[in-house]
Each structure stands twice: as C-alpha cells, then as structure tokens.
Ligand binder design. Sequence first.
Ligand code: JCF
Length: 677
Amino acid sequence: MGDIAKPKQTVEELRKTINYHNRRYYVLDSPEISDAEYDDLMKELRGLEAEHPELVTPDSPTQRIGAPPVEAFGVVEHRDPLLSLANAFSYEELTAWHKRVSNVLGRREFDIVCEPKIDGLAVALTYVDGLLVTGATRGDGYRGENITQNLKTIRSIPLSVPKEAPPRFEVRGEVYLPKAGFKRLNEERAKEGLPLFANPRNAAAGSVRQLDSGITARRPLDIFVYGLGWAEGKTVPDTHWEIMQYLKSLGFKINPNIALVHSLDEVEKYHRDWGQSREKIPYEADGIVAKIDSIAFQQELGTVAHEPRWAIAYKFPAVQGTTKLIDIGINVGRTGSLNPYAILEPVRVGGVTISSAALHNEEDIHRKDLRIGDWVVVQRAGEVIPEIVEPIVSRRTGKEKIFHMPARCPVCGSEVIKPEGEAMHRCTNAACPSQALERIKHFVSRGAMDIDGVGDKLCQALFEAGLIKDAADLYYLTKEQLLSLERMADKSASNVLKSIEKSKNRPVARVLFALGITHVGDQYAELLAQHFDSIDALAKASEEDLLSIPSIGPRIAQSIIAFFRQERNRQIIEKLRKAGVKLEKPRTVGEELVSSLPLAGLEFVLTGKLESLSRPEAEARIKALGGKAGSDVTRKTSYVVVGADPGSKSAKAEKLGIKTLNEAEFLEMLNKATGKL
Ligand code: JCF
C-alpha cells in the first residue's frame, strides 16, 4: 500500500502555486516566473495526477485551458471550444506524439503542416454575411472576452470578407506584437515608471484587453490566422493546408513560413531550422506547431484533456544562461535621462555572446533585487538587447553591492534629479555634452531624418572634433571639414554631403520627430503634423490648442511648450530653416500628392455616432487617404456616413440623392483605400 498523504499534499501545493502564477500571467499580465519554469510545474502536477488519478479534481489547473474571462468586456460563449496545445520539449516527446497518432490512425504515413508558434494571444473572429461581428479572446476555452472593438483596430484583421466566403464562419489566430513594437512599448513604459511587460504575449494581451480601444489602436499589433473554427453554409477544403490557402484567399494573414511536410524527420528539420532562424524573424516564436493535415484524421484523433491529439507545440530550448553582473554603467540619453545598463561577464547564450543588458531604471534594478557582483540569469528573447531575468540569490557571498544612482551626471558632473512622478533620473544641465550628442544621433537616425552614411560613430567624431554642436550644424559642414577627420575618404565625404542634402526634403513629421522633443515619438509627431501645417504653427500653439487634439494630454502639451520656449531650440530651428530644411507641409506638391491618393476628390460627411472610431479619428483617416471631411451635406458631398442616432443630415442626404454608407461599409472603404496606398 503506497502512502497517499505525501503526493496529496504535493499536488495541493503545486495547484496553489500554479493558480497563483496563472493569476499573475493571465489576469495581471505580469508573470514572476519564466514560461519554462511554469511548464515544469504543470508537468510535475500532470505527472502526479497521472500516477494518482484519484487525486484529480475538476478545479485542478490541469483541467482548464486558460484564464477566466474578465466580465467588464462582456462574455462570448465559444460555439466550439478553443483548444490549447500539448507541448513537446524534446525529440523523444515529439516521437511519442507521432507514435500515438500512428496507433490511433493505424498508419505510419500522413501529411503534417508546420508553422512557427507565436508568443501571442489566441483570438476567435466570427464573420456573418461577410462582416466581422465578434472578436473574442480564448478565455478559459469555453467563454472568452468580447474584444471586438479592440480587434477592429488591428489593420491586418479584415472587417469584411469577399462574398465567396461562407455565410457564417469563425477563424482563429494569434494576435501578437512584433519584437520591435514590444521593445518600444517597454522602453516607453520604463520611462514612465510603469511595470514592464515580461514578454510579447503579455504585452499583446495587455494591449488587446484595454477598455479604451484608442490605446489598443496605438499599439502595433498584428495577427496570424492559424485555422478555421467552424463554417456554415458552404463546404470548405478537407485538409488543413488547403484551408489555410483558402483563408489566405479570403484576405486573412497567414504565417508565410507555413510548410506542408510528409514525415517526422521533416518536422524535426523544420524545428531545427526555425530554432536557428528565430532571431531573424520580426516576431517572437517559442517553438513550432505541427498539425495533422487531413481534417478526417483530425476528427478521428479527437481531443484529450482540452488538447487536440492532432496537434502539438514543439518548443525551442530556452535561450537563457547564467553569468556575473560585473558592474552597472550609465548612459546619458538625449533628454538627459540616466539610463543604467548591466556590464556582464561575457557569456554565450543561444549562439551569441552577451556582455551587456538593459536595466531601464533604478526602481527596476531594485524590484529585481539585483546587486553588483551577483550571479544572474540572462535571457535573450529575440530583442536586440538581452535582459536579466533574476539574481541567483543562493550564490551570493555577501560581498555584493546595492546599486544607487549617482548624485552627479557621469558625463558633465552636474546635479542629478529625479522629477516627481517620473521613473528616470535626469541630468539637470541642458547643455550636457552627452545630451547634445545623443540628440544629434537621434536626429540622423532611421525613423528621424534618416541621413544615410551618418551613423553614431561619425556623429561622435564630428562632435568631438568640434565641427558640430547641434544637429543643424550638419547642414553647414564642408567637404574640407569632413576630410579633416581620420579615415574619411574623398568618396565617402561626397556621399555624406549628398545624404545630408537629400534629408532637407523630409516631411515635416520626420523633422518634428528628429527634433527630439521629450515624449514626442514618431506617432505623436505624425499626429501633430496632421494638425499643424508647419513647425512654426506648432511653436505658436497654446497649451489649450494642443489639448484640443485627441490623444494629446497635458504631459505632451507641456513638453512641447517647454521645448519651443527654449532659446537654444529656437536657434536650431532657425539654422535648419536657413539651410533649407522643410519646416512646413508642401502646398503645391502636396496637392499633387493628394490627388494621387485613393480617396482624392471625395467628400465625406459624418453623422451619428460610429462605434469603432471617434469622429476626429474618422476624419483623420479620410484626410490621410486624400479625401475631404465636410460638415454640411451639399451637392458636392460624395458620401454621407451614417452612424447610430444620426441627425438631420441623413435625411438631407436622401433628399439630395447622395449615397449613404453605414459604419461597416465606410470601414471597408477605408480599409480598401488603405490597401491601395
Ligand atoms: O502560434 C500559435 N501560438 C498557435 C497556437 C498556432 C496554432 O496553429 C495553434 C495554436 C493554438 C491552438 N493551433 C491550435 C489548434
């Protein structure tokens, strides 16, 4: 007779721990342990439950798929449950899966479809009569959250499908944040002192589960559709591979790296190849998904414990390593922020040597309880800059040192302050050379003026040689000056001058971003450029003017005003103007440009409330596509867009015989036009 007391206690403790981590992960979007550690806990629990089936309870974490839905969104009952995937962590586990499948099917050969497994959030999209009617999270697999409005902000989700599509169907996919978007979001959050997202999945989930879809809309979310949930009123293909091609033909985005293979060896090769190339793809993949191709076989295989037997997630090994935190260094950024970074004993992780890692801010360092001299776990999660996961407390010797931000700027020696409500420490010297240099580097960088051939190194050399003191000085450089630098050949000097010259014609939004106004990132620069015809107009704007723009809050408004109030900044703008840098929107050229846009010549009048867009957003989109947004219905009006509770304009449109569009038709027109850009 075995002693059951011990396993019973272990099972209960495991459940408690797992439930705690489930809540951190799914509800708070803020896990404390890595996916691998979580998987280990689940594996241990599953193992014990398999050994002692009498210990399985209906509320065990092994008995459910994900998180319960948050009521605030409204609940969607999934018609067919959204399943999660069983995991394989080794070739042995993959082989075991293949064997089980072979046994059930009574054959050893069958086609398998492979695709990278994305670290995102599963959603179900229901289309009725050609229109997207519901978008929901997976939730616990049976009931999810209704996040239709938020999902509608994702450009790659079609709001309507061609009439060849089945009259009613549901597609399933993974919503995710590309690596670059994830990195940017966390950088912004670090600056604002908000807790960082641990991984792209949490960032995507946090973005999609916003009660204000305006926030979702500003996150660069994307989707890969991975299957058809169900379809009615039309026959669909009978293999997964063909279904995916069919979904693609209906306008859904499917993973371009999907592959049809014919043997287990090929699955292994696919896994190996993508394990090596995962760094090169713009989204985070944590493994591959392998699925039996034939739908008839899938049905025969069925599901066990909420997991389809016809599919498996074959995970990549975690890219973690351990090394020593030698010291914490500080860079002074272009806004004067003191950015700490970890100096590590070089260690190879997943084929790359790591010797530094981002640390974001002082609070972040203390939250993780990192001390100088600690042994630490480092992780490369696809982002360019690796991160420290945690200190290995058990390896402490007592000689580790707690880190404190310096009281004086490490570059210029001026006083350092931490403004109230901000997470970052700042150097108080506006003329700090580090700030000036960082600003110049920002000015020439890709998303900004994009001056080809002028990178960080050249900026530094020019700055140190005293040839430039600010970004505007770049436009006054002579060839002789460039040639006076070490290692500058005649040909490269000419190219540099050519690139600088070319940058004079960048659109105003770019110039605005390049100026490096605190809190004005590329998207806000774009928004401001839509509202102001020139940088001068923006410089003259009052706080009230700025606040009247949707999405501009007091923080950004005050930062803009403070920027233009500074004499030095105004001087730089004057120097740019004299050099011939465009500081206003082009008029004549602009009109030519506008006339080539897809909605050129069309005037829209909006009436009533739209569900998925605010009026300023709708007008901004019309204008961005070359159309006009009018306020009165006249004979010149091309379309009247009729939302909920429309005013008299709808009746007037009818009287004048002007075409009306409902919201779905309007959105479809915008999306089609956007596709033509
Ligand atoms: O990429 C994913 N995370 C992903 C998840 C891909 C798939 O093909 C999936 C999935 C979850 C369930 N397929 C199923 C059936």
